[in-house]
Write a protein that binds this ligand. Structure first.
Ligand code: 5CA
Ligand code: ZN
Length: 477
């Protein structure tokens, strides 16, 4: 390894926390040096990934949702209407109390989420059953005064990429169907990021403040902890009663509407970086990589022909809609490989005089490191199929890893041991006391009841009662 490369090398991914912070900086995702705790700066390269990621979720939602934008500031009297909601958020809200030097008549909350900004308007918008269902979403920054350890992209005080959807339905069942729909949208979204997620129904004590129930999706991180990367909440008619959201039904009766909300944040980006990355840096799924193919001309003295061939290949790939970059800068090829590996570029194409003589180029996969020669005659198709192979390979690897780290457990010692390195699946009688005792004794959390149950039965490890319901247990971020 050259001197310059040693200086910039990452810590091993085994030391996940250090690796993570370093890869964000060296891969130019986030600059973590901004002097406000819990706020970080997007580097343009990171922001480019963000745009690709959010294009995917937008495309999924745009099929039957409408995008909108509500104000950041929420008047205190609206924020304070829903009792459970207030209780859940009061320690996390930032308040604007002054305009210049004058105290404000009405304190204004910086939205920690936008129920109390949106629902007073829903009261005005919704009149009859013909207005339903109503499905909107927005992508905004939200503010939460988090007291747990803050981390870039994972636990922010200013969440910069909060995608929140808010839907209104005639009946409780319609809203329940929308929650399921939201979870399948999130599964499809994460599938496009080559990430398998585990959906589960959160226990009562961990549901969203003001909701009837919450279904969440979690990703298994490399250190064995899970990260909640999306949630969908059935709000029943709780907020409708508070904000007086009613519609006239077919019989002319005024009835309360039923609502859902669901959100994801830049945790989606944290998880794709964490799961796919390696000791050499980022490994980006082609679906979101700002550069999908980097072309490195291997240049000697007389290199006009090589450069020309590279430019031709570049034009060909661009014509196929591939995001390509040619790196013809000064410097050794090795240093360039190193740089673009750090940036996670899925496919590298090398072309030198000897390749050209053979009418060929070398293609290297970022995920496996495999490298082989391909004819220039069908280079476009070869590159396209390699990009597909990387995309699928990343997903399959992550899925195998996840499956190998879910452990069926029957007693608390086993749960404790297995959650040091992954997710435990254990029967639970459903009693809150047992759930809390389990969490306390093993120092991990009940994620929830998996969406897919496998029709078996066993005993609650706390009280010994028979149960046919399993739960996931894990240490969480
Ligand atoms: N109004 C609902 C649905 S949008 C809501 O606020 N739900 S939430 O509190 O569960 O947040 C939605 C998602 O945002 C979470 O699942 C999580 O992935 C992400 N999130 C929550 N807090 C933070 C935070 N401090 N930093 C980064 N992401 C966060
Ligand atoms: Zn029990």
């Amino acid at each position: 390894m050259a001197e310059q490369e040693k200086d910039t090398a990452l810590p091993s991914k085994e030391d996940f926390s250090e690796w993570y912070n370093d890869v964000l900086q060296k891969g130019e995702i986030m600059d973590v040096r901004y002097p406000v705790k819990g706020s970080y700066v997007w580097f343009p390269f990171g922001f480019n990934i963000r745009r690709n990621v959010y294009d995917i979720i937008r495309k999924l939602l745009d099929k039957d949702h409408q995008e909108t934008l509500f104000p950041l500031l929420i008047p205190e009297h609206e924020f304070m209407k829903e009792a459970e909601h207030i209780k859940g958020f009061e320690e996390e809200v930032y308040w604007v109390t002054h305009g210049g030097t004058s105290p404000l008549d009405v304190k204004l909350a910086l939205r920690p989420t936008s129920e109390t900004a949106i629902y007073p308007m829903y009261k005005l918008w919704i009149r009859s059953h013909a207005d339903l269902p109503l499905k909107i979403y927005q992508v905004v920054n939200t503010f939460r005064y988090e007291t747990k350890h803050t981390r870039p992209l994972i636990r922010l005080r200013e969440i910069t990429s909060f995608k929140e959807a808010h839907t209104v339905h005639a009946t409780w069942d319609d809203a329940a169907a929308q929650v399921d729909e939201a979870i399948s949208i999130y599964q499809e979204f994460y599938r496009a990021l080559a990430l398998p997620v585990l959906p589960s129904k959160r226990p009562e004590w961990d549901k969203f403040p003001g909701a009837d129930y919450t279904i969440a999706t979690d990703v298994l991180m490399p250190d064995g902890k899970t990260l909640q990367v999306g949630t969908a909440h059935h709000l029943g008619d709780n907020f409708a009663k508070t904000f007086d959201i009613k519609y006239e039904d077919a019989e002319g009766e005024q009835v309360y509407a039923h609502q859902t909300c669901y959100g994801v944040s830049e945790r989606s980006i944290a998880s794709l970086i964490s799961v796919h990355g390696d000791d050499k840096g980022l490994v980006l799924p082609p679906s979101v990589a700002p550069i999908q193919v980097v072309i490195i001309p291997i240049i000697f003295k007389d290199s006009g022909e090589v450069l020309e061939a590279c430019e031709n290949v570049m034009a060909l790939l661009e014509g196929a809609g591939i995001r390509v970059k040619m790196d013809a800068s000064e410097g050794r090829p090795g240093a360039k490989y190193y740089k673009w590996e750090m940036k996670g570029v899925p496919v590298r194409l090398e072309l030198g005089p000897r390749d050209l003589k053979n009418n060929a180029a070398m293609l290297a996969r970022r995920d496996t490191g495999e490298k082989s020669q391909f004819s220039l005659d069908n280079i476009k198709d070869e590159v396209l199929s390699l990009l597909d192979a990387v995309q699928d390979g990343l997903y399959n690897k992550a899925k195998d890893e996840l499956e190998s780290r879910i452990f069926d457990c029957s007693d608390l010692d086993d749960v404790k041991e297995k959650t040091s390195n992954g997710i435990a699946r254990v029967f639970w009688c459903g009693d809150k006391g047992c759930g809390l005792k389990l969490e306390e004794e093993i120092g991990a959390g009940i994620l929830g009841i998996p969406n897919e149950q496998n029709n078996s039965s066993g005993k609650c490890p706390v009280c010994g009662a028979d149960s046919d319901t399993q739960v996931y247990v894990a240490r969480t971020y």
